[in-house]
Design a protein around this ligand. Structure first.
Ligand code: NAD
Length: 340
């Protein structure tokens, strides 16, 4: 049996990645769309054979409650809209995947988690790299201490933002700048490789370029997580500078790293013993099939709302550290790890 997915928001990620991936999934398929752009409807209907009854706009969306043909709603909207559309979909009795970052604030995240519990529906975050074999190998090597305990991690993710999606530098719609969009991969990467939540963080914003784009959000931030065992993770993210896309771990008995680490494909891994020699896969297809499997076989997802909350809390701590110049404790952060 295949579960039917409706994509909410037909922007770059839905168009370029999720809809094509849904042509490769085994346990789910693209069956519906929710869009505020009427001109996209005929294109999507024709390309993906979507019937009229599975097409919604943002006003008619709640009527999806009466549509037994849609099992999963996938929220792929600007961040400020994640909580509202996730909660509306759950209230309509649908299972939900919500894109990263989960929401604007920890409070919104908790409301989403509560809505899923109340509805008795499955809920996950679009953390595709938890299903990507190189990143899964980093989890295994780090968490199982194959090269001994990790002493230091490095994670960088940044590119020069060209304002192609202006909501990304609009604080009301994005909540933040490159940290919440790109830096979240560094947050995720160091936590799943170390297998621990950091104890504290120090951070510093990088200078803003004179291009008028960063009136509301940061242009970049560098931060260090400190773990309870004395190890650290040095991380950088930016919309003003192209950074090496990488996740590195230095452990007592060797090193292991991915470079590039966080893309949709082309990921390469190396350890002290040589290349990882792992095949790249369609991450989004595996991620969505895993969610469908969780629904069909009533299993917990490895990337639940609680993990989305954890990362929103960690990013809030990074912002606080950068704004105050102080070391910020992360003792109140949701304690959840994807264990290998
Ligand atoms: P995008 O700007 O290309 O698409 C956003 C969509 O939302 C557009 O179709 C737009 O029409 C619609 N929209 C509705 N109301 C809007 C409003 N008020 N302002 C702007 N757009 C509005 O963005 P995207 O790159 O597709 O990102 C969408 C979501 O997907 C974000 O949450 C982003 O973080 C996430 N994303 C995840 C990955 C990943 O690898 N997991 C990659 C890219 C994007």
């Amino acid at each position: 049996k295949q579960l039917n997915v409706a994509l909410v928001g037909l922007g770059k990620y839905s168009t370029g990645q999720l809809a094509p991936a849904l042509q490769e999934t085994k346990l789910c398929r693209l069956a519906g769309i929710v869009t505020g752009s009427p001109e996209k409807v005929p294109v999507w209907k024709a390309k993906y054979n979507i019937p009229d009854k599975n097409v919604y706009d943002y006003k008619s969306f709640d009527r999806i409650i009466d549509n037994p043909d849609i099992d999963i709603v996938y929220v792929v909207l600007p961040i400020a809209m994640h909580a509202e559309y996730t909660i509306r979909a759950l209230q309509a009795g649908k299972h939900v995947i919500c894109e990263k970052p989960m929401a604007m604030t920890p409070t919104e995240c908790r409301q989403m988690i509560d809505a899923a519990k109340k509805a008795g529906k499955k809920f996950s975050i679009g953390y595709r790299l938890h299903f990507e074999p190189h990143n899964m190998e980093m989890m295994r090597l780090g968490q199982k201490e194959i090269y001994g305990p990790i002493k230091r991690l490095v994670a960088d993710n940044g590119y020069v933002f060209n304002n192609d999606t202006p909501w990304r530098v609009d604080k009301e719609l994005a909540g933040g700048g490159p940290l919440v969009d790109l830096g979240i991969y560094c947050v995720q990467g160091v936590v799943y490789t170390k297998g621990q939540i950091p104890a504290s963080v120090t951070a510093k914003f990088t200078p803003k370029p004179n291009n008028g784009l960063f009136k509301e959000v940061e242009a970049g931030v560098n931060w260090q997580f400190q773990f309870a065992d004395g190890s650290v993770a040095d991380c950088r993210t930016s919309y003003a500078e192209s950074l090496p896309n990488r996740l590195q771990a230095e452990a007592a008995k060797g090193k292991f790293e991915l470079s590039p680490a966080f893309g949709y494909g082309g990921i390469k891994g190396t350890t002290s013993k040589g290349p990882m020699n792992i095949q790249n896969v369609n991450q989004q297809a595996l991620q969505m099939d895993n969610f469908a499997d969780c629904i069909l076989n009533n299993k917990p997802t490895r990337v639940p709302g609680e993990m989305g909350l954890r990362d929103v809390q960690l990013m809030a701590a990074i912002y606080r550290a950068a704004e105050t110049g102080q070391k910020v404790s992360t003792k109140d952060v949701q304690n959840i790890i994807d264990r290998t």
